[in-house]
Design a protein around this ligand. Structure first.
Ligand SMILES: *Cc1c(COP(=O)(O)O)cnc(C)c1O
Length: 370
């Protein structure tokens, strides 16, 4: 049996009775968009993250775009982020009308390198989007200091780190605003598209709610320029069920990561490192290997499906090449792209499957490389 990199179906099966009940409740109700399920999810999620407000939107890319617009950032404004991220982060900045400026990442944690910020900042810089990649926090102390010093808005992209924390506080409670994707494979995943935005700023929350539905405050009157990024009731009802299990799922991910790290130590690969100020939720378990492509082929032949997050840095992808400004040194990002490999990681992985992955990686180094 093939071991997948992520497995939303296994997640559904582990909670199928509760999920089916929730969906049926919505089907038999008289409200399918922005109703009581969305309101309840927003309250429950805000409480979970430890913030005043949560707002449901259609997906994670929209969450970022709507948040950036709500902060009043747009045409000719510059927003700094990383090239080592899902393309959604950068696409959202441009969809909001702003100009993305990309910097390199730290070689140990793969998160934004705070030392590069002063090189790219200009008088048009308005915000930084930090990406808590693979489940682990960026260096929030350094970033918060920089934002404060230069009067920049801090936007957290928490799409890969639902439930993770920095110095005991949940991610999504540090920025002026924080954005979450609930794409099916994420730690908190819907069975379709969904997204969430969190903020402690009440005025900003109100503006976000308006932008997500045509700029309306009352029905059919657009007070500001808005769009449609509504969340539907079925997805909200499913996310409410899954939110209750998020902490125990994240704990399982950490346990699996610990077994991988123990089983793979001593091999010529670089294992994930977690910053001691941060609790990771291991959205992905990413190793680095000089023989990445051959290791990947070997695992596929062993019926194991690894992933690469991500194979081409955004500034080198056709849509962005020679068009997007970056810091002068993007070495880490560019090296990572050819060395990283995501091993299967999801809470429902069983012991036999974990052992099969470890054994296959070991065998590769014994038989193929040596
Ligand atoms: C998944 C993801 C997104 C985009 O979310 P969608 O819901 O697919 O639009 C944004 N940023 C990061 C870091 C992601 O991993």
């Amino acid at each position: 049996m093939k071991i997948h990199c992520a497995n939303p179906k296994a997640q559904f099966l582990s909670q199928h009775l509760e999920i089916e009940k929730a969906v049926l409740r919505v089907l038999r109700s008289d409200r399918y968009i922005l109703g009581n399920e969305v309101i309840a999810l927003e309250e429950e999620f805000a409480k979970y993250i430890g913030v005043e407000n949560a707002i449901g939107v259609a997906n994670g890319t929209d969450a970022l775009e709507v948040a950036i617009r709500a902060l009043g950032i747009g045409f000719t404004d510059e927003v700094i982020t990383v090239s080592h991220t899902a393309v959604a982060t950068v696409a959202a900045i441009e969809s909001a009308g702003a100009v993305p400026i990309l910097v390199d990442v730290d070689p140990l944690t793969f998160t934004i390198n705070p030392l590069q910020l002063s090189e790219v900042i200009s008088d048009r810089t308005k915000a930084i989007v930090v990406v808590h990649i693979y489940g682990q926090s960026v260096d929030l102390d350094a970033i918060q200091d920089f934002c404060q010093e230069h009067d920049l808005k801090l936007i957290e992209d928490v799409s890969q780190a639902h439930g993770a924390s920095w110095k005991g506080k949940r991610l999504g409670s540090f920025g002026d605003v924080a954005c979450f994707s609930c794409y099916p494979t994420k730690n908190l995943g819907a069975i379709g598209d969904a997204g969430l935005i969190t903020t402690n700023n009440k005025e900003l929350a109100k503006k976000i709610r308006m932008i997500r539905e045509y700029g309306w405050q009352s029905r059919n009157i657009s007070e500001i320029i808005g769009r449609n990024s509504r969340l539907d009731e079925i997805q909200a009802s499913i996310l409410r069920v899954k939110l209750r299990k998020l902490d125990s799922d994240n704990k399982k991910r950490n346990e699996i990561a610990a077994i991988y790290s123990e089983g793979l130590k001593g091999l010529p690969i670089i294992l994930p490192i977690v910053n001691s100020n941060s609790i990771s939720v291991f959205h992905l378990y990413v190793i680095r290997s000089k023989f990445r492509d051959r290791l990947k082929e070997y695992l596929i032949k062993s019926d194991i499906e690894p992933g690469i997050h991500y194979p081409v840095p955004i500034h080198l992808q056709p849509a962005y090449l020679n068009r997007i400004r970056t810091s002068s040194n993007m070495n880490v990002t560019e090296t990572l792209a050819s060395e990283i490999l995501s091993l299967p990681m999801y809470p429902e992985l069983n012991e036999t499957q974990i052992t099969r992955v470890i054994t296959a990686v070991k065998k590769f180094y014994e038989k193929v490389v040596s």
